[in-house]
Ligand binder design. Structure first.
Ligand code: SF4
Length: 103
């Protein structure tokens, strides 16, 4: 990354973490129409053609199931090492015009 990037803030982010693969855990209670099964047999949050989790409310840029979101999402720390890494990768791909595709 070149010039200093703005500090991470979920209110100003493109929901980059909500484009990552979210593997569901047995204790997660997700409406069936929001989940999918990978070729490897993992149950995950379903994603749309652009890679966004289908639970993203695009109008409000918020998780539409925030209070019952998966454990993986609950553990994702804003401004944590993984957040910073995926934001940097996203910014780099956008700068080079490469569509984000994580699986
Ligand atoms: S369930 Fe909610 S927090 Fe988790 S990836 Fe989807 S939109 Fe984001």
């Amino acid at each position: 990354m070149g010039a200093s990037a703005p500090a991470p803030d979920c209110g100003r982010c493109d929901a980059v973490c909500c484009r990552l693969t979210v593997v569901l855990q047995p204790e997660d209670r997700i409406p069936p129409h929001l989940s999918a099964r990978t070729a490897a047999g993992l149950e995950v949050m379903a994603r749309d053609e652009e890679g966004w989790c289908v639970a993203v409310d695009a109008t409000r840029m918020q998780c539409s199931i925030y209070h019952s979101r998966p454990q993986v999402c609950r553990r994702f720390a804003m401004a944590g090492p993984y957040c910073l890494e995926v934001r940097a990768d996203y910014a780099d791909r956008n700068a080079r015009g490469i569509p984000l595709r994580l699986y």
